[in-house]
Design a protein around this ligand. Structure first.
Ligand code: PLP
Length: 240
């Protein structure tokens, strides 16, 4: 890894951390690491205090999993989250590797997570994904159906609902993002009891590179930032 690259990562992490400190110091920084080489991820874990990473493709997670450091040098565990759309038939590949599945958006997926969790004799933390912009093309539970969905999955003994996650629609301004995130924050508060069975650590995961400052303002508990930390993504298909 070049010194220049290390410097870039130091600077970008410092910038995002400064926003967190200024707007919402409690919020967790999760690095969205799709297309990011393991070397860069490990540099951030070893030298920049990174403790939460999110992958969103099953094959890529499996490919990188063994190489990713599982703790920081001072012994803090690294938590690996699955943040992408999850096909039901792929749950079995990641069930023993991820700490949280952030993209629970349908009953059939909950059923499969329950089944695989039983097989592995473990409990799985999930966040329920909410489609806050009510966008046709996006996955996520309709904002008006969150409570109903939480009731439906409350009987799954191996699933612990540990929060809510959302991806806001693409907006043109801070204020526009703030509107969606404020609505999401309200849904989170309204459902808090149900979600966390009165556990205070339930998490609201919202905010990405173009929206994390607004999300922090609205009370996000976890921002998921990729390109602002690591630079524009280069997908394998177009890599020369
Ligand atoms: C890629 C991704 C992010 C981060 O996106 P950036 O715009 O690069 O910050 C956050 N959440 C999910 C679910 C993602 O897939």
């Amino acid at each position: 890894m070049t010194e220049e690259r290390k410097k870039q990562l130091q600077d970008s992490f410092a910038r995002v951390r400064a926003e967190i400190a200024a707007r919402n110091p409690e919020a967790i920084l999760l690095a969205a690491t799709k297309t990011v080489p393991v070397e860069d991820i490990n540099y951030a874990i070893d030298h920049l205090g990174l403790t939460h990473i999110g992958e969103n493709r099953v094959p890529e997670l499996l490919e990188k999993y063994d190489g990713i450091h599982k703790a920081t040098p001072d012994g803090k565990p690294v938590s690996i989250h699955f943040i992408g759309h999850l096909q039901t038939n792929k749950v079995k590949y990641i069930i023993d590797k991820v700490d949280v599945i952030q993209s629970l958006d349908r009953l059939s997926l909950a059923e499969e997570i329950q089944r695989q969790a039983e097989k592995h004799d473990r409990t799985v933390d999930v966040y329920v994904e909410v489609n806050i912009g009510r966008e046709e093309a996006k996955s996520g539970v309709d904002p008006d159906k969150v409570e109903e969905f939480l009731s439906e999955i409350s009987g799954f003994s191996r699933i612990r609902v540990a929060g809510l996650m959302t991806m806001a629609p693409k907006c043109a301004s801070f204020e526009e993002y703030l509107k969606y995130f404020a609505e999401m924050r309200q849904i989170f508060i309204d459902n808090t009891e149900k979600i966390m069975h009165n556990r205070l650590e339930a998490c609201l995961s919202m905010g990405m590179s173009d929206s994390y400052t607004a999300a922090l303002e609205a009370g996000s508990g976890m921002i998921r930032v990729g390109s602002t930390l690591f630079g524009a993504r280069v997908y394998p298909e177009v890599r020369k």
